[in-house]
Design a protein around this ligand. Structure first.
Ligand code: ATP
Ligand code: LTN
Length: 331
């Protein structure tokens, strides 16, 4: 029997944070053997907010190197750049005609980003979830491993799949979000009730995968904590809870175990331990990424092979979609 399909992507819109790593990429690694995996670099999503072209190009390659450095194996999964597979744009157009303006304008991310980029509320920003649905549905993906903030978008993809199937007959697999506990919502070190984001203006709010050891330790030392001095996870202590979550996600322990480890210790001890744990975990990834970036030819080959594989799968679905819609495809 064919393996089930996994699809996910990250935008090359900035340096990746430990939130992107724990909420998304890290969870992709364990799925490579059991599933047919497609992992994209979502550069078409990235341009919905302003990007400097030369930086976008550079970050695209950096992200490809990072995928491999984190443990994704290009022999096992298709690693590719979204804009190199034209069917993403084509399916988006077809899905646009069954997507309602009302449902898209209610998306949390659209509202947040419209507020943040009030001078640039473009159609792409609103259409973002339809492009994301096209990504997922093109490959007939069953599961979509993402952080908690993307759940709403995967739900739109489900709704569009069901709507299309009802209108035109069975065409798409209806996907499900896969949100693993632990790293699903890593919060800002400066405002621990907000999610850590790669585009936060405050550089101390996010820990980037490219931060060196001293920077990582310094950012955790400056992390906002809560009143009191007990190290326990609770709603009243979002700062401490976030630090414990990060510690556990990297250590592979439970929050209870970490609370016992830090019983009787102070916030300073916790911050130093988290900082050292994260720095230790990042250093081999950084070295591997640097090595990969020094061989652009290899990266280019990996991305071309990934795009070829994605293209073949995407073409199959798109041709079926065009047939169902009634688009002329020649005699
Ligand atoms: P931006 O700030 O540019 O909108 P982002 O940091 O939210 O970007 P994305 O490219 O939108 O990053 O997300 C990539 C993946 O990382 C998604 O699966 C998303 O759910 C996950 N992710 C992003 N931020 C976090 C976080 N703080 N905690 C856990 N997962 C996260
Ligand atoms: N919008 C996603 C990135 C993304 C994605 C996808 C995730 C683009 N296409 C398809 C899962 C499936 C984000 O994380 N911001």
């Amino acid at each position: 029997m064919d393996k089930k399909v996994i699809y996910s992507a990250v935008q090359p819109s900035g340096s990746l944070t430990i939130g992107n790593y724990l909420g998304a990429i890290r969870n992709w690694i364990g799925m490579q053997d059991e599933y047919d995996c497609f992992y994209a670099i979502a550069n078409m999503h990235a341009i919905t907010v302003k990007q400097e072209p030369s930086e976008l190009r550079r970050r695209t390659l950096e992200l490809a190197a990072l995928y491999i450095a984190c443990g994704l194996d290009p022999e096992k999964c298709a690693l590719y750049v979204q804009s190199q597979v034209p069917q993403h744009a084509e399916l988006t157009w077809a899905l646009n005609s069954i997507a309602y303006v009302g449902e898209l304008s209610r998306m949390t991310q659209f509202k947040d980003k419209s507020q943040k980029h009030a001078e640039n509320i473009n159609m792409g920003l609103m259409d973002y979830p339809v492009l994301m649905a096209a990504d997922i549905l093109l490959y007939q993906a069953q599961y979509v491993p993402v952080g908690a903030d993307q759940k709403q978008h995967v739900e739109i993809a489900r709704d569009l799949a069901i709507r299309f199937n009802n209108r035109y007959g069975d065409t798409f697999t209806v996907p499900e979000p896969l949100i693993l506990k632990g790293g699903a919502k890593i919060c800002s070190l400066q405002e621990p009730t907000k999610k850590m984001s790669k585009s936060d203006e405050n550089p101390n709010a996010s820990v980037f995968l490219t931060d060196d050891r001293d920077t990582v330790i310094r950012k955790f030392r400056r992390a906002v904590t809560d009143s009191g001095n007990e190290i326990v996870a609770s709603d009243e202590k979002p700062g401490v809870t976030n630090l414990l979550n990060i510690y556990c996600a990297f250590r592979g322990c439970t929050v209870g175990e970490a609370e016992r480890e830090f019983a009787g210790k102070g916030y300073g001890d916790l911050k130093l331990a988290v900082g050292e744990t994260v720095a230790d975990a990042l250093s081999p990834v950084q070295e591997a990424q640097k090595r990969l970036l020094s061989d652009k030819k290899y990266l280019g080959e990996v991305l071309q092979a990934g795009a070829d594989r994605a293209y073949r799968a995407a073409r199959r679905t798109l041709s079926k979609v065009y047939r169902k819609i009634g688009f002329y495809q020649g005699e």
